[in-house]
Write a protein that binds this ligand. Structure first.
Ligand code: MG
Length: 194
């Protein structure tokens, strides 16, 4: 099982919150984060919700007003991500997106890094903040690209796809290992997790 072989250091979240809504993102902006890479499924909405709710729309609008440049990176298929992001587009909520992003591989982080240079030429990975609900995709991918990752509690585990369920099994192994080696981070995750 993958969970036994992954270097624990590479999956440690920068911080943990219960929901996307709970993250004090304006504080992160003030402390230097300018770009967000946000996961879609079980971070913004559950797998079985096709479109963003008003709360998510308002929150994203607010973040753009603060000054954040926002990207959605999802491992799900393009049709799913397009339907979701088209709804944002209709309300002029300006975000860019990538489906089949193959997190934890570096593809989507490289894409953001390149793309954002058009607006912030001197951008560094430390000015980018990633947000997701999985240690093995979101945290691992971000850390490997030197990007801080905030872990949120998955909104609804019941409707997760088979490959996410597999990731969760490995996540449980990682958490067990983390309990001994990084007890304070383990506690933070558990306090904000199932
Ligand atoms: Mg997710």
């Amino acid at each position: 099982m993958l969970g036994y072989f992954i270097n624990l250091k590479n999956v440690l979240p920068f911080s943990c919150y219960n929901t996307f809504d709970d993250i004090p993102l304006s504080n992160y902006y003030k402390s230097g984060k300018k770009v967000l890479i946000i996961d879609l499924d079980n971070t913004l909405v559950p797998y079985d919700e096709e479109v963003p709710n008003d709360n998510i729309k308002n929150k994203l609008k607010e973040l753009i007003e603060i000054g954040f440049i926002i990207y959605i990176a999802s491992n799900n298929h393009p049709k799913r991500v397009k339907i979701f992001c088209d709804e944002l587009d209709k309300e002029n909520i300006n975000i860019k997106w990538m489906a089949h992003s193959f997190k934890p591989f570096k593809r989507c982080y490289k894409w953001v890094n390149q793309d954002v240079k058009k607006e912030i030429p001197e951008i560094t990975p430390k000015q980018i903040l990633s947000i997701g609900d999985q240690l093995i995709t979101d945290c691992l991918g971000s850390n490997k690209s030197n990007i801080d990752c905030i872990l949120v509690r998955p909104i609804k585990k019941k409707t997760e796809k088979w490959y996410t369920k597999l990731n969760r099994m490995n996540e449980r192994i990682l958490l067990k290992r983390m309990r001994n080696k990084y007890p304070s981070i383990y506690k933070e995750i558990i306090d904000n997790h199932d």
